[in-house]
Every structure is written in C-alpha cells, then in structure tokens.
Design a protein around this ligand. Structure first.
Ligand code: ADP
Ligand code: MG
Ligand code: ZN
Length: 633
C-alpha cells in the first residue's frame, strides 16, 4: 500500500474517532458536558426557593455544595452554591415550597475514578483500540506475508513513546523445501555456498577448530538470475529456518521503526539459530551514506542498526546473513568489510549450457510432447535470465492449453520465445497492404545484410506480424554457439545489419519511415560503446572515455571526458553508424533482385524461416550472390 493511501486512511480514522468521542460524551454524560452551571450566592438560592422558582435541589456532601435546577417551561437552568454551615431551616423551607430534594453522599474516590474512566480512559481506549483493529484489517487485506503497516502500534508509539516495538510477523522462520537441484547453471555460485551450508549443518565442527565462518554473503547479479532462489536453496540444503525480509520493508513511515525491525529480526533469528537471515534488495537500506545532499535519516539509522547487529551476533550459534542486490556499486563500504558481507558471490546471466539446464528444470514441471529440442530454444535466447526462461516454458504451456492440447510442442516453445522477446501477436493492428510491403522490405533488408556478411549470425526467422511491444515485425538471428567476445569487425557488421532496414526503405521507396527508430537507437548505442568503452575507434584508440553506470541493470555509460572530447566522440559515433549505413546500402543495391523477391514472399507468407530465406537467396537464377565466404560459418 502506498503512502498516500496510508495517510488517507489515517485521516479517516482520526475523524471517525473524534466523531465517536463527541457523540459519546454528549449522550452519555450530558451533565458533565452541559457545564453551563452558574454559581450563585446562598442568599440568592434562598430567595429563589422562596420565590418558588426552584424545582430540584441536590446536596453534595462531598464537596459541600448545593446544585439546584430551575425549570422555565422547556428550559432548564442549573445553579450551584456553597452550603451555608448549620442551616437547620433549609429542609423545612424546601418542604414548604414543594421542592424535590435529595442528598448525594458519594463514595468520593470511586466517583472520581468513574468520572476519569468515562471521560479520559474510555476515549483513549476507543482511539487506540480502533487503530489496532484498523491495522489488523489492513494487514489482512494485504495478505499475511506483506510488510506490516504498524498503523495503530505506530500511532501508539508515536504518542506514548513506549510502544515502538516492531511486529516482525512477516518474517517467517520456515523451511524452504528448495535445494540446489532446483537451481541450474549457477555452479560457481553453488560452490561458494556449499561451505555455508556445511557450517549451518554443523557449526560445532567449525568452532571446535576455531574457524570463523562467514557471517554474511552478498549475492550480486542482474534481476531474475536466481539470487532469491539460491538463498532459499541454501536454507533448504542445510535444513534450517529461513527468515526473509526485503530491504524496502525496513524503511518505514516513522523514523526509528526500521532500526527496531532490524533488532527484532536478529532477536528472532538468534532464538532459532542455526538459521539464515535473507535480506532481499539490500540496496534499499544499504546505500552509501555520504552520497548526495539530501540525507535520509531513517535509512541511515536502519543501516547503522544493521551494521551493529551484524557485528554483535554470536556466530557460534550459526546465523548466516545472506543478501541480494543488483546494484553492488551503490552499497555502503561498511557493509562490505570482513565480518559483515565479506563474501561476494556473483550470480551472472546463464550461458548456453546453463540456459538449456534451466529450461530443462522448468520443462520437468509441465507435460512435454515428443521431439522437443530445448537446445534450439537455449540458442535463440542469448542474454535471457533464469526468470525469462521459466517464463518461456510457462508461456508455451499456456499456448498449448489455448490450442486445446495437453502437451507442449516445439512450436509452442518457439512461439513463446517470440512472445517473451517481442510481446504477444497483436491482432488489432491491421496493416494496409502498402505498409505491409514497407515492413517486408525493411525486415528483408536486415536479413540480407546479415546473410551477406561473414561476421553476422545466421538468420533464423523473419516475420511481419505486429507485436504488442509495438514492433511491426522482426528478424531473428541465432548464433550457432555461445559467443563471449565480439570483434571489432563483428560489431561493425552488426551496425550494418541494424542499418539494413532503413537502407532497404530508402533504396526501394526513396522514403524514410519511423519504423527504424529502434534500429537507429541500438546502432548508435553500439557505436558509442565501441568508441567510449571498447577502445575500438581509430581516432581515440585504447582510452576509456566513459564509465559504466550500472553493470547489472543496463543503463549506458557516463562520459568521463572533457566537453571538447565529447563533441569529437559524437562525430566519431556518427561516422561509425554512417559507415554501416553505406555498407548496408551497397549490399542491398547489389542484391536488389533478391530483395524484391524475398520481400514479396514475406509479404504473402508473413513469417519466413531461416531455411526458406536462405533457399531463395542462394537459388541459382542468375541473381544469386557469391555467398561462398559468408556461408562457411
Ligand atoms: P532474482 O532474485 O535473482 O531476481 P529469482 O531468484 O527471484 O531472481 O528468480 C525468479 C525465478 O526465475 C525463480 O523463481 C525461478 O523459477 C527462475 N530462475 C531464475 N534463475 C534460475 C536458475 N538458475 N535455475 C532455475 N530457475 C531459475
Ligand atoms: Mg530476488
Ligand atoms: Zn528494423
């Protein structure tokens, strides 16, 4: 729930509490509230009695006062006066004038207590009790494992200073039931974690020899690579409880709550030790403290508490703190020193074998048809994370159900790769024939430039079916095997392929469309990286001109050069892209007959496989390009 909603419900709650309070005090204790009591002299009282104005008299022996009521039609007026000592005539006088009278001989103390109870304690109870109920209600709505809001408790803590105890109920010490077998393609990470598992299983063995086991390990890597999964697997392997909390849950509405939560978390953990405390997305609290002008007190307090807890806990018992982040560079240095998160375990994107293994794990959970080749799927998904791959299998299963089959076929898998890469097919977008023609030429342009260059990956598919991502078509290239290095020539070839779409439009229609915007963006990005990061330009040579901002979350490089150099970089980037553009134009010019033929074929069929494409391109009809060199790879 976001802050605004939180604030709004608090406001409503305060208003309701006030209304209830006013209502109660008006209806239950009117005599207390109707405090329009006029104090008069005793002589005035006697005079009023004698004038028959007084209707009721009440003597209060506790305070030695007389309260009397004068009724004037509907209106009632209350007066008070002090009892005149030893006035023995009063009773006779009252009788004579027919006044109702009574004496109130209170048990003084209980009266005052009752008064206090009704007027002060009850409203407070309603106020905080209501807060507590509301808190519970909200928590129920948000589900049990969601972060607590600390609404009523927080409120109470606010007013009374003593109720600041956090409720860390969301931290469950549970056995995860996940093991290393559920994690594929992260063998190095698993190797680093094996020692922690063995320590958790048998802390005594380590303490006997005097070894200090790591208190904490930091899992760093891009999103979706299985960091959370690995942490759970460690707990599962060791068979110990698992306390999970997300960094953002520490940062609370009220200052000081985060620190209390940290304390509570470690208190609970030490009761259940040996166990694992897992702090997900630790960068939310662990950001470097000195950066920026605006400091965040709450976060810093929480971080300080975390630091001191990590120093303080008695590691004999076996508590291991695991944390995950994809922004390691922003973490506070103090977190990373030995004795805290002294181990750093990279969890990188899976390679080809890893991707296939991950696909296999998730394929085991669904019913697969015969003749499934997960290797092809793994090859066509370079750069995909474990979460992406799990998603591909799931999408394939969904497609099988949609088509009324009870097993997943290879087609389902291939199609779901497209869905994950480019989005669902978009049926609502209907292109006119002319637009379809342009898109066909555009995509064929990419494909032919790719096929005619040695350094480009083979084309595996061309399609002009619009996708929900906004793409009107795409050309898919799949490497034969995993590449870890890119040569300068390959980078240049890639820029040319990206320029191939626009080049085809220019060549055939003598026109430009907006369809090339994504190509242009990617070509420029690559060219810029070649100049500023890879040292691949003749002009600057091997000089780093930029610094990568965030390794795991993408994001470009920050220039670290003078303004003058920045201008020269722009010129160099422009030159590189233009070089690719010219090369693409030249290739397409030389193969324009094949371009026409394939584009029209594509326009009719909408999707062309890599094989069909190569068949047309290489068919010897007098226009076939000399592909001997290009097709050896
Ligand atoms: P992270 O915490 O690194 O962002 P998660 O651990 O939450 O990623 O992974 C999300 C999901 O992706 C997991 O629940 C799992 O289904 C799948 N997944 C990710 N990496 C792997 C892997 N290496 N092996 C198997 N499944 C994986
Ligand atoms: Mg995670
Ligand atoms: Zn394009």
């Amino acid at each position: 729930m976001d802050d605004q909603k939180k604030r709004r419900s608090m406001l409503i709650y305060v208003i309701v509490a006030l209304v209830i309070y006013l209502f109660l005090s008006r209806s239950l204790f009117p005599q207390i509230m109707n405090a329009t009591i006029t104090t008069v002299d005793y002589s005035q009282f006697l005079a009023d009695v004698e004038a028959d104005k007084v209707d009721e008299v009440e003597l209060n022996t506790g305070s030695n006062t007389i309260r009397f009521v004068e009724k004037d039609g509907e209106e009632e007026r209350i007066y008070e006066t002090t009892l005149f000592p030893n006035d023995t005539q009063l009773v006779a006088l009252l009788r004579e004038h027919n006044v109702d009278f009574s004496a109130n001989i209170p048990d003084q103390s209980s009266g005052i207590w009752f008064y206090m109870l009704l007027s002060y304690v009850l409203p407070l109870l309603i106020f905080f009790g209501g807060g507590w109920l509301l808190n519970r209600q909200l928590k129920k709505q948000m589900g049990d494992d969601s972060p607590s809001m600390n609404f009523g408790g927080g409120f109470g803590g606010f007013g009374m200073g003593g109720l600041g105890r956090s409720n860390v109920k969301e931290v469950k010490g549970e056995e995860t039931g996940v093991t290393f077998r559920d994690v594929a393609g992260q063998d190095e990470a698993k190797d680093s974690l094996v020692e922690i598992v063995s320590f958790l299983k048998n802390p005594d063995k380590y303490t006997a020899i005097g070894a200090r086991c790591p208190r904490g390990a930091l899992l760093v890597g891009p999103p979706g690579t299985g960091k959370t999964l690995l942490a759970r697997a460690v707990a599962g392997e060791a068979g110990v409880p698992f306390f999970q909390i997300s960094g953002s849950e520490f940062v609370e509405m009220f200052v000081g709550r985060g620190a209390a939560k940290v304390r509570d978390l470690f208190k609970q953990a030490s009761e259940k030790a040996p166990c694992i405390v897992f702090i997900d997305e630790i960068d939310a609290v662990g950001k470097r403290r000195d950066t920026g002008l605006t400091s965040n007190d709450e976060r810093e307090q929480t971080l300080n508490q975390l630091l001191s807890e990590m120093d303080g806990f008695d590691n004999q018992k076996g508590i291991v703190v695991l944390a995950a982040t994809n922004r390691p560079e922003s973490l506070d240095q103090a977190l990373l020193r030995p004795g805290r998160f002294d181990r750093r375990i990279p969890v990188e994107l899976p390679d080809l074998a890893g991707r296939e293994a991950i696909l296999q794990i998730h394929a085991d959970d669904v019913k697969m048809g015969p003749n499934i080749d997960l290797g092809i799927i793994a090859r066509s998904t370079p750069g995909a994370s474990g979460a992406d791959l799990a998603n591909i299998i799931n999408e394939a299963a969904l497609r099988a159900v949609r088509n009324g089959r009870n097993r997943v076929s290879q087609d389902d898998l291939v199609e779901s790769v497209d869905v994950v890469i480019a989005g669902e097919k978009k049926k609502s977008t209907v292109l006119s024939e002319h637009e379809k023609e342009i898109v066909s030429y555009h995509e064929t342009g990419h494909a032919i430039v790719a096929a005619m260059q040695k350094g480009s990956a083979p084309v595996s598919k061309i399609t002009i079916v619009p996708r929900t991502s906004g793409a009107l078509g795409f050309t898919m290239q799949v490497e034969e095997d995993e590449r870890f290095l890119t040569t300068r020539q390959e980078a240049k070839d890639k820029i040319a392929v990206l320029c191939g779409g626009r080049a085809a439009e220019e060549l055939i229609f003598n026109e430009m469309t907006t369809g090339a915007s994504n190509d242009i963006e990617r070509a420029t990005q690559l060219a810029r990286a070649m100049v500023t990061q890879y040292g691949m330009s003749e002009k600057f040579g091997m000089v780093a001109l930029g610094q990568q901002r965030n390794r795991y979350l993408g994001g470009g490089a920050e220039l670290t050069c003078s303004e003058g150099t920045a201008q020269e970089i722009d010129a160099e980037v422009q030159r590189l892209v233009e070089e690719g553009h010219q090369k693409a134009l030249k290739i397409l010019q030389e193969n324009r007959f094949k371009l026409h033929e394939i584009a029209h074929y594509l326009q009719r069929k909408e999707t062309v496989t890599g094989e069909e494409f190569m068949n047309i391109l290489t068919r010897d009809d007098g226009f076939a390009p000399k592909l001997a060199a290009a097709q050896t790879q």
